[in-house]
Ligand binder design. Structure first.
Ligand SMILES: NC(=O)c1ccc[n+]([C@@H]2O[C@H](COP(=O)([O-])OP(=O)(O)OC[C@H]3O[C@@H](n4cnc5c(N)ncnc54)[C@H](OP(=O)(O)O)[C@@H]3O)[C@@H](O)[C@H]2O)c1
Length: 276
């Protein structure tokens, strides 16, 4: 994306803040970033901290931006789009980071055919360590895709899918995924306490072990199955634990849990898209 492309964020909350900070730390000019939000105090804070331009109404932001990023909660997206109805032009690109709302519903609410990229980031994006799934509708040009890739890469890794419904699978794996790891950390902490370790040590061991395992999986060049086999000596402690996990159907539980998240993502998409 050219540094002079003007990006407008509708919604200046947590995710917009992470993306704007990521862009600026990647060298993007804050003067070319516009932000609007219903919370005036938040807008003032963003302006003074980040040096971005602020707008108190979304239509003015739209008129002054080439790429418009929807960064509001799902429940308010329909209202925001209706406000912009018939105000956009066909050269503008819309990007939605809003969970669950399909591209056809967003363009319908905007009142026409527009270039739109729908994305599914995850919470570690707030610490520039996210993973984002992206889907572009048929009007998005290769250059526009590159721009969106630059935008979302500022908070982590990007993976494009060719079918929009695969975003529901991404939601079930990486969107909800941080909570699965938090649950495992929480369970390991409880187990550590039960084995006699103190609270601070129990916390640090579970967090640091999770971080260390992620770093090994990222940098060793080996897949998780190989890494697990390598740390599992025959008749050793790890084998005793892994066999217990598998006796309790650990893989089956993970499959059922991610399937439930996937089914719920599809239901939510329908419910949220039914608003007119
Ligand atoms: N946080 C995450 O980790 C994460 C991960 C993946 C996807 N997402 C998606 O990202 C989106 C934003 O999440 P977030 O955590 O950044 O939410 P957030 O912190 O609540 O930010 C949303 C902002 O939009 C403002 N707003 C409400 N109505 C508005 C309107 N009509 N026009 C302009 N601004 C308006 C809100 O103001 P008020 O507070 O005054 O209502 C708030 O400041 C959500 O749709 C979520 O699904 C978030």
């Amino acid at each position: 994306m050219e540094n002079k492309t003007v990006i407008g964020f509708i919604g200046a909350g947590n995710m917009a803040y992470a993306l704007i900070k990521g862009l600026i730390s990647d060298g993007f000019n804050a003067k070319n970033i516009n932000v609007s939000d219903s919370n005036q105090e938040l807008l003032e804070n963003r302006k003074s901290e980040l040096g971005v331009s602020t707008y108190s109404d979304n239509v003015s932001l739209l008129k002054n931006s080439e790429i418009i990023v929807f960064a509001v909660k799902p429940q308010v997206l329909s209202k925001v789009c209706h406000e912009l109805n018939n105000q956009a032009n066909s050269s503008q690109l819309f990007v939605s980071i809003v969970a669950g709302i399909q591209s056809k519903d967003i363009t319908r609410w905007l009142g026409g055919s527009f270039s739109l990229v729908r994305t599914m980031p995850n919470t570690p994006a707030l610490f520039q360590s996210g993973v984002t799934g992206l889907y572009a509708n048929e009007l998005v040009t290769p250059d526009q895709k590159k721009s969106v890739n630059v935008l979302l890469s500022s908070v982590g890794e990007c993976f494009w899918v060719n079918e929009e419904n695969l975003l529901d699978a991404i939601t079930a794996i990486s969107g909800s995924g941080p909570a699965y790891f938090f649950l495992l950390m929480q369970s390991m902490k409880q187990a550590a306490l039960a084995l006699g370790l103190d609270e601070e040590t129990a916390d640090s061991l579970s967090i640091q072990t999770s971080l260390g395992a992620s770093i090994m999986a990222t940098h060793s060049g080996k897949d998780s199955k190989t890494l697990r086999a390598e740390v599992t000596s025959p008749n050793g402690t790890t084998q005793a634990a892994i066999e217990t996990f598998q006796d309790q159907n650990f893989e089956g539980i993970v499959a059922a849990a991610t399937r439930a998240a996937y089914d719920r993502a599809r239901e939510l998409s329908k419910e949220l898209g039914n608003i007119d």
